[in-house]
Design a protein around this ligand. Structure first.
Ligand SMILES: CC(C)(COP(=O)(O)OP(=O)(O)OC[C@H]1O[C@@H](n2cnc3c(N)ncnc32)[C@H](O)[C@@H]1OP(=O)(O)O)[C@@H](O)C(=O)NCCC(=O)NCCS
Length: 181
């Protein structure tokens, strides 16, 4: 069986990047040792750092910068246009000149639960955790857990993980370690 991967020539892959089947990558950058699961699309001018895990069926759009050691769950949707329209004033399909990309940053060591939707023009702080199914509408501070729609802070994350990403047993039991793809 072929790998069924659509990887454009302008994609910049680091060392030891592992890519799943049925992915679509163009104009993006992926850092060393990162793993991208099947059915993931990463658009131009998006970046994934080193040692990241991006799980299957996730969409990372233009303008999203994901720093190192970030976990992205299954079916996570990023966005980059707050007021999207199909057509311009002339009634033609919108092109690149008809709208402006909005940027989003995911800080080092953060985790995003499956099915989360991340609205644009915001920052998810370092080591933060976004709960499954959350709709993130505002900046997420570092070292907190947020969940819900709209996402609200549940609590601070305590322990060594804030500094080093090394987790205590209690945190290991609580935090998403990542599914297999
Ligand atoms: C949010 C999360 C990290 C747990 O954080 P936590 O601080 O330990 O939260 P708790 O389990 O103690 O729950 C606290 C409250 O938040 C609620 N809650 C937990 N997760 C939630 C979520 N994803 N969305 C909405 N509410 C959630 C709980 O029901 C509980 O509410 P209650 O106080 O009214 O009973 C976890 O539930 C989660 O969503 N992890 C992501 C899992 C995932 O997607 N993994 C991907 C790889 S498979």
């Amino acid at each position: 069986m072929t790998e069924c991967q659509a990887i454009a020539d302008d994609v910049r892959l680091g060392e030891n990047v592992r890519l799943g089947r049925f992915i679509n990558l163009y104009g993006c950058r992926i850092g060393d040792n990162s793993k991208i699961g099947p059915f993931v699309e990463i658009q131009k001018n998006a970046a994934v750092g080193r040692n990241c895990k991006v799980s299957s069926h996730t969409f990372i759009c233009e303008g999203v910068v994901i720093e190192d050691n970030v976990f992205v769950g299954h079916g996570v949707t990023f966005t980059n246009d707050t007021y999207p329209r199909a057509t311009n004033r002339e009634g033609e399909l919108q092109g690149e000149d008809d709208w402006t990309v909005e940027f989003t940053r995911v800080g080092k060591g953060a985790s995003i639960g499956s099915g989360a939707t991340i609205l644009s023009s915001l920052t998810i702080g370092e080591n933060a955790i976004v709960g499954a199914g959350a709709v993130v509408t505002r900046d997420v501070p570092p070292n907190v857990i947020v969940a819900g729609n709209p996402a609200r802070v549940l609590r601070q994350i305590s322990g060594r993980s804030q500094e080093s990403g090394v987790r205590s047993q209690e945190e290991d039991d609580r935090e998403p370690k990542g599914c297999t793809s």
